[in-house]
Design a protein. Structure first.
Length: 342
């Protein structure tokens, strides 16, 4: 549409890479005639770029460069259109302040991570976050308000979709303190077709890596299994047992899930590792319950965001132990109790 007259017009041109006449841009005495109607020699360009490649900067747009641009564009379109019509996914964005820092989530970056497997079901994401929260995560009010808001937004925006069966698949992008991420996982549960994404630091992306990893999860069991049950996750960082005892005292039976390598905050690169984490959690939950019964299980997490959400999804409300979840906070002098999930 013309910006002045508001009249609609076609500004696209079928441009030749090798000109259809020998004397044209990139023309050839023999090949021009042979390629004049060949689709491999044609590009669809707007008026501005048609003028650029054929008049303004012919030398800067050689045949080889234009062919490379054509291949790259066609490959991108082919990948996108190869996604099956039934592979739509609703994007869920959930963020909450971590300390004084907000959570940088965007619909655009989520869309980029989806492509090749799914396409966005709508032009906008389902956003569960509450903006302009006046509290930080070192206050009891923060946890009460954020948990209540998460439950309410889930009830309003997602539960009706689940009940009506309007959406077949959800893609979750979340950045928040770990107890809230676990709560989100509990709400999503394991009955829905959900894919959880992980924010990677190096390189900075939400896309899952496809390269396999030799990392394994290690379960450490306590010698004395008669005391208060505690489950520690030393995945993104090491959680020493004295920090647990500082919070709960010495009357604890500490179970721990850690890595075969050194815990670090960017180890979770593949979906296979996340799937292995789910199996490890399921096994550990059952093992702890067999020794301690249905008493409360105290959770001390240091793990990636996607693992936190999956922990909540694995937990089964009818059979698993209630979870008391702690969060590490410098203002509070280390771990303190935040959310209880029953």
């Amino acid at each position: 549409m013309d910006i002045l007259t508001k009249k609609k017009y076609n500004s696209a041109y079928i441009a030749h890479i090798v000109a259809d006449k020998p004397g044209g841009p990139r023309g050839d005495a023999i090949r021009s005639e042979l390629l004049c109607d060949d689709i491999s020699n044609l590009m669809l360009l707007c008026n501005e770029h048609h003028n650029l490649v054929d008049k303004v900067d012919i030398k800067g747009h050689s045949e080889s460069r234009l062919l490379a641009m054509k291949r790259q564009h066609e490959a991108r379109i082919r990948r996108i259109t190869d996604i099956a019509p039934n592979m739509s996914s609703e994007i869920i964005l959930y963020g909450a302040n971590i300390g004084i820092n907000n959570s940088p989530l965007s619909y655009q970056s989520a869309c980029e991570a989806l492509l090749h497997d799914y396409y966005p079901a709508n032009d906008n994401a389902i956003e569960l976050r509450m903006k302009n929260v006046p509290f930080t995560d070192d206050s009891d009010a923060y946890w009460m308000i954020e948990e209540a808001n998460l439950c309410e937004q889930f009830k309003l925006q997602i539960k009706p979709r689940l009940m009506q069966g309007n959406t077949n698949h959800y893609s979750v992008f979340a950045l928040a303190p770990q107890p809230l991420l676990i709560k989100l996982g509990v709400l999503l549960n394991d009955l829905n077709d959900v894919k959880i994404y992980q924010k990677h630091r190096e390189p900075s992306t939400w896309k899952w890596n496809i390269v396999s990893s030799n990392i394994e999860y290690i379960i450490h069991e306590p010698e004395d299994k008669t005391k208060v049950p505690v489950l520690v996750f030393s995945l993104s960082a090491t959680v020493t047992y004295d920090r647990i005892q500082k919070t709960l005292g010495d009357n604890t039976s500490i179970w721990e899930i850690t890595l075969s390598g050194t815990p670090n905050n960017d180890f979770l690169k593949t979906e296979a590792l996340l799937s292995n984490f789910r199996r490890t959690i399921r096994y550990t939950f059952d093992k702890i319950k067999s020794h301690h019964g249905c008493t409360e299980l105290h959770i001390f997490p240091a793990m990636p965001v996607s693992a936190s959400v999956e922990l909540g999804r694995v937990w089964m409300p009818k059979v698993d132990m209630p979870m008391v979840i702690y969060d590490a906070n410098k203002v509070k002098n280390d771990f303190y109790k935040t959310i209880t999930i029953k």
